[in-house]
Design a protein around this ligand. Sequence first.
Ligand code: SF4
Length: 730
Amino acid sequence: MSTTTAQVAPVADVTSAATHCPYCALQCAMVLNPADPAATGPVSVQPRQFPTNAGGLCQKGWTSSELLRTPDRITTPLLRGADGQLHPASWDQALDTIVVRLARLQAESGPETVAVFGGGGLTNEKAYTLGKFARTVLRTPNIDYNGRFCMSSAAAATNRALGLDRGLPFPLTDLAGADAVMLLGSNLAETMPPSVQHLAPVRARGGLVVMDPRRSRTAALTEDRQGMHLQPVPGTDLAVLLALTHIVIAENLIDSVYLDERTSGFETVRRSVAAWWPERAETVCGVPAAQLRRVARQLAAASPAGGGRGAYLLTGRGVEQSSQGTATVTATINLALVLGLPGRIGSGYGAITGQGNGQGGREHGQKADQLPGYRSITDPAARAHVAAVWGVAPETIPGPGRPAVELLSSLGRPATADQPAGPRALFVHGANVLVSAPNSGRVAGALDRLDLLVVCDFVPSETASRADVVLPVTQWAEEEGTMTSLEGRVIRRRQALPAPGQARSELWILAELGRRLGAQVAFATEPADVFDELARASAGGVADYTGLSHARLDDDEAASGPGFYWPVPAADHPGTPRPFQDRFATPDGRARMVAVNHHAPVDDVRPGAPIYLVTGRVLQHYQSGAQTRRVADLNRIVPEPVVELHPLLASRLGIENGAEVRLRSARGEAVARARWSDDIRPDTVFMPFHFAGTGSVNLLTSDATDPISGMPEFKVCAVDLSPVTDGGQP
Ligand code: SF4
């Protein structure tokens, strides 16, 4: 055990910092000023010009400084005592406790008994270090992250079809020039309000198409002849896409030259959609055949082959968070390909990344099957390259681990004849699995089975509150680093404030733990140094950052440069805003069309379940709500979960507007206040996923997963509803 006292990190002397919002992947640009006399929090927040937000911020961005000094901010390590409570401890006590308990567990059960769960909000530097720590210090394959719940279906489908997964393979501002933009399962007006301005010219041309079972704020943007809203039955998005592709082919609206020159597999897809004529699709998805035809023709007219300015198809979690999410994104890409959209300026397919660093977080090694640079962990050449950067032998790097849902359900599980024992210890960084994971009652049971739970966080989230050891970490305004936005643009996060109390960066924590665990591998703690190492580790990979450094990013920004979109393979390389112009990133340069087919949602097999539940976001909250529920201005507007239901359904079930409702699924039950709305289908109810306790919607959701991506079926589950008559107790 170490006897070295943990050193306090130096405090930065900062007057103002040009940085980006801590929340979503739009990464709106802002200036933080701790010396501003008008500041209502520890820093003032002012928006600044940046292409994606064009000077705009949403309510979350404007109020982001409030969280920096939230009254329950964790500012000292915490250890669970014999009384079952968490108590303040020194860094030495906390780290040495972890080291002693890890050593015992690994001696008893092997290295794989430790698991790591990361987050899509961590900087690139932290995500990289976390993956390196897991594989070189803990020597465990068991690392995955909450991006599995976010981008995994889009990533799997785009990697397979286009050879490269970069959420938007074009600048967001390109959307404005198109004649049509189809948003599939994305509520941009609620989740990324400043981005909607890029759609204004498209709406003016009547070209916005939104697919959502609810008339969301984004769907409402199609009104007044600005576009069309498709309202399918939950879980049938894939049927809509198969029908649209059928129509484009049947009416000979395809781009034949493009298909010949740039794709493979068209014949297989053509045959696979032959059975999805619009009238048949209507019986499955509920979207009228005439509307399906109108949408297909509008997209075709907007495409280059149809003589239009261009068209974009964009997917979001609404269609991706499904047990057929990879197939649904594949069908979207197939539709884009028959229309000749990807790889052309002014047209394309993209996935809208959700979490702040959901893009970078999946590129640098915290995903179960990946090494830095978006390399496959099973590729011998990739393993050898990364091993050389880390200074270890390639064979010491573990193989692929379990994807998130499987990892969480395996925690603390004893070995059986069919499967090995699950991990007995878990590190959680930047995630709140107790609220954000599907079938969360089961997750709670799994956490209870652990011998050791270590959580790094800056607030006592629901998951942190269950930990044996809590390590206090810095927030966005207190650290340097980089993030990679939804466009694949690498941007700088800058420090404006010193960290409060004993809070430390995860870079320091992981280096210190590595040292105390006797690691032979060096861990840098300065973000610029970590980035340089990350860039070397990414060299030659799909997400190649070789030509970037903090200094180059700073110089470019000072010169009002456009920033850098990866890949950036050399120091004089300008970056790659549109990577597919000449060829796709597949071995033969052609996009691969893959036939897929629709299956009913998993819960459809449950007899007697009459109503579908869909989950989603509200503007004022972010992810599990652990941050935004602590911001008074946001919590005042949306203080509790609601269940949105159509008045026809409410009247059938005897549920008054504003009354408490109990929802039951095959997994569990939850309670929320009813909000009548005619914006939703009468067979569907909606709940936001930002809340904990009895109103946590993930008590209900299904942990069935997509067989390729591991994405859970968040977006459709069968529920029963009834008025609460017993005070809402479970
Ligand atoms: Fe922050 Fe996203 Fe809101 Fe922009 S849209 S201010 S990045 S939460």
